[in-house]
Design a protein around this ligand. Structure first.
Ligand code: NAD
Ligand code: GDD
Length: 329
């Protein structure tokens, strides 16, 4: 029988890739978002445009039974968005309301299987001060001390999902994503994350130019290519493991190393100009021991392989938008 699936956040980066994969599998997919996807060529069977903060709209979205519900919709962005301090109230209000509305509607409709995308931003800031040795093991989440309101909302919503599981027997699966990147994601405008921002800056630079890098570039992160994020999401959702489980890469690099990698891919000599900017934690890396143990799987693609695909796509976007500007001028 054809599987029926709901993807909330289908107009977004990971949602768009998830829709493509589910359509390839032959699922009937309803995608929902308050905006259409800017880039993806993959379309769900049906798309509903609307605000998931609106209970009446959510009732229309959850007007049928689904075999799987993926709740990816959130008010979200990279360090420039979540650490600016200006978006905290909106982030908490929007994302918590979406999660409250969706869980309530799914419970009323007796929809069992729900996936929720939490974040590495829930981990305590004090465990991420050493760039060489951050601790992001799943069981280090408490006592809680995330460094952003975005992280606190994610932690609240993890707990909300788990409460629905405990009290109403809903089959809820929770992942903590660690900085996901790839083509067809936000690459400009203020919500972009470091991989997209660095690719854009290098694509716009000429050989020998300088690009701006926030901070000293010695802060560490790991970045996961979006196809592996989707793979991990489906594996977790279709298992009897409920999580929360990290879905991320263990290939930790400094931001400076990532800049060098992208410059090498682009074939350009790039100078780094370090400037003040929103930094977030000093070090972060996925800890994949639990996912390996519980799902017998963990991401394995190299950062370089993912950045090659991402840089090619972002360089094309830069080229096209420059051509557009030239046409108008
Ligand atoms: P994204 O911003 O591209 O996608 C989120 C989508 O939610 C957007 O298209 C947005 O329009 C939609 N949305 C927001 N408010 C809405 C509303 N009120 N009604 C309807 N739609 C609404 O982000 P993404 O990178 O695809 O992330 C997907 C999920 O994974 C989010 O929950 C995010 O917090 C989580 N996550 C992502 C990362 C990452 O590195 N990309 C890391 C950790 C967690
Ligand atoms: N965005 C961006 N743009 N970051 C830059 C830049 C730049 O031009 N230059 C340096 N950085 C640095 C940031 O200061 C930060 O220290 C690091 O690169 C990583 O920034 P982001 O990729 O924007 O965000 P993050 O890793 O701190 O948090 C992201 O990942 C979380 C999950 O791991 C965010 O997208 C969160 O929303 C997400 O939950």
């Amino acid at each position: 029988m054809t599987k029926s699936v709901l993807v909330c956040g289908a107009g977004g980066f990971i949602g768009g890739h998830l829709v493509r994969r589910l359509m390839e599998e032959g699922c009937w997919v309803r995608g929902v978002d308050n905006k259409r996807h800017e880039y993806s060529s993959a379309h769900p069977t049906e798309f509903m445009l609307g605000d998931l903060c609106d209970q009446q709209f959510v009732a229309k979205v959850v007007d049928r039974d689904y075999d799987e519900v993926y709740q990816l919709a959130a008010d979200m962005g990279g360090a420039g968005y979540i650490f600016s301090g200006e978006n905290d109230a909106a982030i908490m209000q929007n994302s918590a309301t979406i999660n409250l509305n969706m869980l309530n509607a799914c419970h009323r409709r007796s929809i069992g299987r729900i996936f929720y995308s939490s974040s590495a931003c829930i981990y305590p800031a004090h465990n991420q001060t050493d760039p060489d040795n951050p601790n992001c093991a799943e069981d280090s989440a408490y006592p809680a001390a995330p460094d952003s309101e975005y992280g606190w909302e994610k932690l609240f919503s993890e707990r909300l999902h788990m409460a629905y599981r405990h009290n109403y027997g809903m089959d809820v699966h929770v992942a903590r994503y660690h900085n996901i990147f790839g083509p067809e994601g936000t690459w400009a405008g203020g919500r972009e994350k470091a991989p997209a921002a660095i690719c854009r800056k290098i694509a716009m630079a000429s050989d020998g130019d300088a690009i701006e890098v926030w901070g000293d570039g010695c802060q560490t992160r790991s970045f996961l290519y979006v196809d592996e994020c989707v793979e991990g999401t489906l594996r977790l959702m279709r298992s009897d493991i409920r999580g929360p489980l990290n879905i991320g890469s263990e290939e930790m690099v400094t931001i400076n190393q990532m800049v060098d990698l992208v410059a090498d891919i682009a074939g350009k000599k790039i100078i780094k100009r370090h400037i003040a900017g929103p930094l977030g934690v000093r070090g972060r890396n996925s800890d994949n021991r639990l996912i390996q143990e519980q799902l017998n799987w963990a991401p394995s693609e190299s950062l370089r392989a993912g950045l090659e695909k991402t840089y090619a796509w972002i360089a094309l976007q830069v080229e096209q938008s420059m051509a557009q500007v030239a046409k108008v001028a």
